[in-house]
Design a protein around this ligand. Sequence first.
Ligand SMILES: Cc1ncc(COP(=O)(O)O)c(C=O)c1O
Length: 401
Amino acid sequence: MKSDGGPRNYRKDTLLAHLGRHPEAQHGAVNPPVYHASTILSSNMAEWEKKRDPKTRFDVVRYGLLGTPTTFALEEALAAIEGGHRAMLMSSGLAAITAPLQACLKCGDHLLMVDSAYGPARTFCERVLTRCGVATTYYDPLIGDGIARLMRPNTKVVYVESPGSLTFEVQDVPAIAAAAHEAGAKVLMDNTWASPYLFPSFARGVDVSIHAATKYVVGHSDVVLGAVITTEEMYLKVRTMVADLGHCAAPDDAYYALRGLRTLSVRLERHERNALTVARWLQTRPEVSRVLYPALPEDPGHALWKRDFLGATGLFGMVLKPAPKEAVYAMIDALDLFGIGSSWGGFESLILPTDPERLRTATRWNAEGPSLRLHIGLEDPQDLIADLERGFYQLQVAMAA
Ligand SMILES: Cc1ncc(COP(=O)(O)O)c(C=O)c1O
């Protein structure tokens, strides 16, 4: 897009291809170059002073920690895709969770945290926020507008993650946000599952959107990166805390994420299609008790997902019929295409056993048998199905032994 300031009303896929690129400023290069910079020189003291103007301190290139043209380019694109005001990058998705919580909470405040949150987010509440005098109450992910009953005069943040980590419950984010705002609290959302592309969080009432860009934004399992996107109202509060804590992202990582972002929508479309093919097949298997994937019409969260999301990604869960751990491990070990490893959102398929019950405190996770999390990659889904069929065969062999 030409930088002539002209009106731009492009659709999201067009923006994905063009945002954050300023070829005219880079000798015509299509992609912004990687700026490796800590010190940024000023040509005189007047310029030095100008760069320190508190009103524009986060808008100018003045020290590597506070951003370079490479990180600014990614931030510009991420904020526009999700419909937020501004974005900021951090070294990990976990840092993108903890820094906004620190920005919005102080000693004596109360936090409402969803019971199905990403495990390390809970650990942060328990190990760090308690030491800072912040009390956390965990709530049922399906609470909806019932959240109003849990609000206290000192509740400053309601934290949502939808679908929930490991168990994939869809939250009624607009209802929760309305109740939170009515009581004067802000809504922070871990929006990693949908990525900035598939859940327009700000249109649904969210104040601060959190992303492990490590997953679908980067999309190639080779970078750890976090991003926070905020409303205009929340921007300076969160950005200042991020700077005060010394968070930043490496320029090479921002570059890889920008590269990943260009193909985000085409990758997500294929992840969804493949995941639906595999999930539907899993529903027919006698070894499977439930598939936890809101894109399936039988999923209890399907109606809310359809109302609020623009699509699904490749990450879902399944609950097996009762089976001993050894048999489940034999099944996983028999797989050829599904990797065993943390994280998800790359081009490849992954599988892991999970233990959601261990993390819960406000609700019970009553699974009939062992739980697993699958990430469906960009392989041919028929090959993935054949692989899982091999796995189920080994499960049966191990059960019979
Ligand atoms: C939902 C969710 N949020 C946040 C994170 C943290 O991301 P990172 O690994 O980049 O710290 C993860 C990582 O698995 C995640 O699954």
